[in-house]
Design a protein around this ligand. Sequence first.
Ligand code: FAD
Length: 310
Amino acid sequence: MHLCDVLARDPFTASFEFFPPKTDDGWGALFAAIADFGVLRPTFVSVTYGAGGSTQQFTHDLVLRIRRETGLETMPHLTCARHSAEEIDAILRSYASAGVSNILALRGDSPSQTGSVSTGPFRHAIDLVRSIREARSRGVVTEDARGFGIAVAGYPEGHPETPNTLIEMDHLKAKCEAGADLVISQLFFDNHAFDDWRQRCELAGIRTPILAGIMPITSLAGLKRMAELAGGTTFPAPLLRAIRRAGDDPDAVARVGIHWATEQCRALIDGGVRGIHFYTLNKSVATKKIYENLGIASTDALRVRGAEGY
Ligand code: FAD
């Protein structure tokens, strides 16, 4: 279903992000987790794309397999850095012929962190957004006459390459005006940062719906990886203090992380957020626990929000 129809149907959306596993065991474990996730009735799930190249075919395979085996609405991520226009068209064609309706359009990062991110025709995500919008005129035909629904990334605490947050906002606005139907935020732990950014988006005239990106901390190693992946993200002192109190007990660290994420979700939902995108790391335990802590059996309980007025 095209993102515009999904958003028109659901006053609140919940999406779960997966990555393609590298081993057969990983695929087995992921599909067991996806069966668990299905009970939570996500609006859609998304599958990451390795800008480095190694797992790109796996993204395609995983997207098609999730659709085939679970019927869940599935959105592939696609990064454009280092792809030629012909390669992007081949990928779009194969998704279109498989009935995929939506794509998360990204630039991607340099795997080495040293080389130039993009030397090809796609220097920024906006170039990919434009290319996807114009795909029909190049003979890439989707089931929906509107073409693919398009999501893009947004950064509540800024993107490391653009320290000027006003210019960063201009770039986000340009992606939306180029045809994005949805913005999915980078993960954050400080709701004030997200709320303030949401207001700044509104002031900038961005009317595109925004989903809040939530990743529960489940281990100390995971915390360090997150700091690496999401540069610039604030780790609030009360969160770090609680983690320090948990000491060397991995279960206690996970409980603290899940509790923090639950409180983030509760406040976001109460504040009328359009939806939450869960960075799941392919594991269902933390997300299921958050739903349980919120006192809801599935996303359906939040979909009625508009009608019930809470
Ligand atoms: P862009 O929108 O191109 O922005 C990148 C930088 O360039 C920003 O600093 C921006 O301000 C600047 N910029 C934008 N337009 C211009 C312009 N016209 N002129 C000058 N500067 C400009 N990475 C992966 O490899 N695979 C994934 O599956 C993946 N999934 C993600 C999902 C989400 C929800 C998010 C938030 C990120 C994801 N990423 C993924 C990471 C993402 O690829 C990186 O954060 C990357 O550095 C930026 O991607 P972007 O699409 O935001 O790029």
